[in-house]
Write a protein that binds this ligand. Sequence first.
Ligand SMILES: [Zn+2]
Length: 312
Amino acid sequence: MLAAYITHPDCARHEMGPGHPECPERLGAIADRLLARGLLDYMVPYDAPLATPEQLARAHSALHVQRMLDAAPAEGYRAIDPDTSMNPYTIPAALRAAGAAVQATDLVLAGEVGTAFCAVRPPGHHAEREEAMGFCFFNNVAVGIRHALDVHGLTRVALIDFDVHHGNGSEDIFAGDERVLMCGTYEIGLYPFNGDGRRTVADTPNMVNIGLPSRSGGAAFRSAVETHWIPALDAFRPQLIYVSAGFDAHREDDMGNLGFVDADYEWVTRQLVAVAARHSMGRIVSCLEGGYVLESLARSAAAHVRVLIGAD
Ligand SMILES: [Zn+2]
């Protein structure tokens, strides 16, 4: 089955100032590594389209969408929070990033590809229904998921999030929506500081977000996946699986301290491919989130993509 590689040059024009870790070079590092490993030979390239306001307003309020569109500066930077700012190219990049998730959804549900990797930025999983934060403006995977639910009529969609940071935005958008099962892990005590080491929204059974202690390593991650994610996914039987693919839990990435290695990203992707084979006709849409040290980001993303597209 073919795999899609979805990106757009606009995604490299958004930047948040000199030295900011969420930098345009992240996408080039990933593309270079996928090319060098021969993985792009297995993938069909697509230019991400611009998400429409209607598509964005399924995951966000219309007010948030308009606020973002109005906030873009004509020149220079405009701060959204202490870590997050816009430049004149932020909106096109953010619309492409969300549009990639929509396009990936259309492609896998049409059977044109089995899996898709969206190499996009800005990332999305911290963006809540009403708020941009944490380098994120629109929640890309959430926009894709709502497109799958509302336009394609799916009734069971899974969202996997292995970024080192808790996917608070995705949780905000989907907590209590029983059409969506979110399975995540995150490092306790890191941004956005709302984890307590247990499920962060205890009374919504569709949220399986597991806090991991600092320096607990890949073994604790794998245990959480096997103990919490896999049984929940097998019971839920998702028709399609989305991945918030953040690679900042890597031990070379100083954003976090979980100490994952390349092999952990390969391993978790194998688990997801197996779940997708059992329940989802193999369909997986993966969207880039974090990962800030270019070398480990590129290697980890390549390990993830290699398994995702069945290139090994
Ligand atoms: Zn992160």
